[in-house]
Design a protein around this ligand. Structure first.
Ligand SMILES: O=C(O)CCC(=O)C(=O)O
Ligand SMILES: [Fe+2]
Length: 344
């Protein structure tokens, strides 16, 4: 990671979300209190910090994320035509380039988003499906190999989180893992994001409007503030709080698929990206994300043990997947509908 010391400091006078900090090392060792804390975090905030220091798996993710942060500078630095030559196609595929201003506006201010992405499919990285065009900086052999390792490792961490959750919930350890098989066609991807520094007119744009992620587990690396989640403090429930970046930690959050699989017991929290606070807002912001999503053939219904909770699992506010009477959706179609709805 670029060291947090090299960036303007995160200010001390903004509200930050009190999310748990859990170490990967302790989850790998099945430490009971860390496993219990993981479940607690996923039933409440739907977000937690995962400390990646002190384990080979974690430290290789940290160094890969630093490298991808560097690559992001070069890729996004190009002019728009260079990037749009690799555009994603809404409703068809979400892999490729997403320009700023194309995500559905969900905040009351209706400000367009100012964040651009490159979404790089796990299926392309690992030859599970034929690839598509990406910029030369991404397909360069060294970067492609690093993206392969990063996606494999991030997926493995996602599976560990899913096993811990299943075990803590008292269901089969593989109940969620079996919905997210690495070798199967899926919407899993690495996302590189870029949001320009703060602009003088605050009404002009919002980094990323409030949303929930669609998939199972998201692993997020960011270096500057700007990510916000909604408060659970009784005094200000629903107000936005910053998730402060913490050195050596990734941020883990659950997506809507986990809400569906558990009929609402686990939470996919709403989040958004605004200008980084204070001095941090003066510099461009990058983040590196891995999304674990159920493989296309996974059935989008509650797993065994959660069916009886029926109806509590509505996800993403107004989102209602169109399910023909008496049928269930598979993840490929479910994710497609969600992507069309979000516009990304
Ligand atoms: O950049 C961030 O901190 C969050 C990005 C995010 O929420 C997303 O890409 O879904
Ligand atoms: Fe997100």
């Amino acid at each position: 990671m670029p060291s947090l010391q090299d960036l303007p400091p995160f200010p001390s006078d903004v509200l930050t979300a009190p999310i748990a900090r859990i170490s990967l090392q302790s989850l790998l060792a099945s430490d009971p209190s860390s496993c219990a804390a993981t479940l607690e975090a996923c039933r409440t905030h739907g977000f937690f910090y995962l400390d990646l220091s002190s384990t080979p798996l974690g430290t290789s993710l940290l160094s890969a994320s630093t490298f991808l942060h560097e690559i992001s500078h070069n890729v996004f630095n190009h002019d728009l035509p260079y990037k749009t030559a690799h555009d994603l196609v809404k409703g068809v595929s979400l892999f490729g380039y997403k320009r700023a201003g194309t995500v559905k506006t969900t905040d009351p201010t209706l400000r367009p988003d100012s964040t651009e992405f490159f979404n790089i499919a796990k299926d392309h990285l690992h030859a599970i499906t034929p690839s598509r065009s990406y910029p030369a900086e991404i397909t360069a052999p060294e970067t492609w190999a690093l993206l392969q390792a990063f996606s494999r490792d991030a997926h493995e961490v996602g599976m560990l989180v899913l096993r811990v959750l299943a075990t803590q919930l008292g269901i089969l350890p593989a109940a969620f893992v079996s919905k997210n098989e690495f070798g199967q066609k899926s919407g899993d991807h690495v996302r590189l994001t870029h949001k320009p520094a703060r602009v003088p007119d605050p009404a002009a744009a919002l980094g990323l409007p409030s949303h929930t992620d669609f998939g199972s587990v998201t692993m997020l690396f960011n270096w500057l503030g700007g990510l916000q989640i909604q408060s659970h403090d009784p005094a200000r429930v629903g107000g936005w709080e910053f998730v402060k970046p913490v050195e050596d930690c990734a941020i883990i959050n659950l997506g809507d698929a986990m809400v569906t699989f558990t009929n609402g017991v686990l939470k996919s929290a709403k989040h958004r990206v605004v200008d980084a606070p204070g001095e941090q807002g003066r510099v461009d912001r990058y983040s590196v994300v891995y999304f674990v999503r159920p493989h296309d053939e996974a059935v989008m219904e509650a797993v065994q043990g959660f069916e009886h909770l029926g109806g509590k699992g509505r996800v993403a506010g107004k989102f209602e997947p169109k399910v023909p009477e008496g049928e269930v959706l598979r993840a490929g179609e479910w994710m497609r509908q969600r992507a069309v709805q979000m516009g990304s």
